[in-house]
Design a protein around this ligand. Structure first.
Ligand code: PMP
Length: 358
């Protein structure tokens, strides 16, 4: 704390990103990155970009990328907004669309960045409990509100909400913006992007960080009615006009042009997820059904924090949230084949050699 801080800064509780340790040989299953490298076409596009042009600002409207995304999703560029990772897109969404007199609604167990944005922008919010099976109960969102946001699949649970329930909520709340954060949708669900043309109150946010293996490039986007997109542009252009650099723009376009690689790596992650889920269940874990690139699991006899610490001693890092309702869960990102095998072997060893005290 310093006397130079503004009152806003003093009151902030910032988001804590998953750690990125610089240790070689680590099995890093804590931040839901993709275990496979980006498409070779992405790397070629970045290498082949006109590097001399880096002296020039990039296109502030990112027209090439927005057109590419529009073609991919059968939309128009006016329905698309791009940003520096979906975290930045979400930050702009909170400022542009979710600050109203009535409270914003989101699940009690959800992406922990949401309350942080509320703190930054002074947005009132109310959390809505997940049901006992850790699923979003859409009917609980039929209450007066200034907006609704949740991830689908939800994080950190991995549970998917069927599209029909999202559509029912859009119909029940025509005067509220519903933001569906689809960071993980490619690993197991139908996107709500198809509903955008029918519901002017729907905004869908996606990222290239997970299913396109590009967490390091920082590209995310939002899809919605042009009026919603214009709100985002207004805030963006009041803050930083050039959110995506030239290399990111080139790489992002190439990622959407290599559909075969996308499908192949996505399927590999899905297959590994099913193997890890089955392996954990065989070890006695309760595993929530996951539609994401991670699983959320708890063991009735073994303390989650202790398991996480013991895995860390074997250079395997998973995520544990010391938070009500989920303190006994581990969130485990899906690694490559070898990493998944080592994770299951390590847990089998730990369970066999501990007395199960909890
Ligand atoms: N939404 C959810 C639900 C996430 O888990 C993440 C990843 N931490 C993000 C958005 C942000 O991802 P990125 O900024 O890399 O696009």
């Amino acid at each position: 704390m310093s006397r130079f801080w503004s009152n806003t800064v003093k009151a902030l509780t910032p988001y804590v990103p998953g750690e990125q340790p610089q240790i070689s040989g680590l099995i890093k299953l804590n931040t839901n990155e993709n275990p496979y490298p980006p498409s070779p076409a992405v790397l070629a596009a970045i290498a082949g970009a006109n590097h001399a042009a880096l002296r020039l600002y990039p296109d502030p409207q990112a027209r090439t990328l927005r057109q590419c995304l529009a073609d991919y999703h059968r939309l128009t560029p006016e329905q698309i907004f791009v940003g520096n990772g979906s975290d930045e897109v979400l930050g702009l969404v909170f400022a542009a669309l979710l600050k109203h007199d009535a409270p914003l609604l989101f699940p009690d167990i959800s992406y922990s960045f949401y309350p942080v944005y509320c703190g930054l922008y002074d947005i009132e919010y109310r959390t809505v409990p997940l049901d006992d099976s850790f699923a979003i109960a859409v009917d609980d969102y039929r209450q007066p509100c200034g907006g609704i946001i949740f991830p689908n699949p939800n994080a950190p649970t991995g549970r998917l909400l069927p599209l029909a329930q999202i559509e029912a909520l859009l119909q029940a709340q025509p005067d509220c913006v519903l933001v569906v954060d689809e960071a993980y949708i490619d690993f197991g669900g139908d996107s709500a992007i198809g509903l955008v043309a029918h519901y002017p109150n729907l905004l869908v946010v996606q990222t290239l960080s997970k299913s396109r293996s590009l967490a390091g490039l920082r590209v995310g986007f939002a899809v919605g009615h042009p009026d919603l997109i214009e709100a985002l542009e207004r805030v963006k252009n009041s803050f930083n006009s050039y959110v995506l650099d030239r290399l990111a723009l080139a790489g992002a376009v190439a990622a959407f042009e290599d559909e075969a690689y996308f499908r192949q790596t996505r399927q590999a992650v899905i297959d590994s997820r099913e193997r890890v889920s089955a392996g954990l269940a065989a070890l006695g874990f309760e595993v929530l059904p996951s539609a994401a690139n991670f699983v959320f699991a708890r063991h009735p006899q073994h303390d989650a924090a202790q398991l996480a610490a013991a895995l860390r001693e074997q250079a395997i890092i998973v995520r544990h949230f010391a938070q009500p309702r989920i303190a006994q869960f581990l969130r485990i990102s899906i690694g490559n084949d070898e990493e998944c095998t080592q994770l299951l072997a390590a847990l089998a060893g730990l369970l066999a050699h501990s007395d199960g005290s909890k």
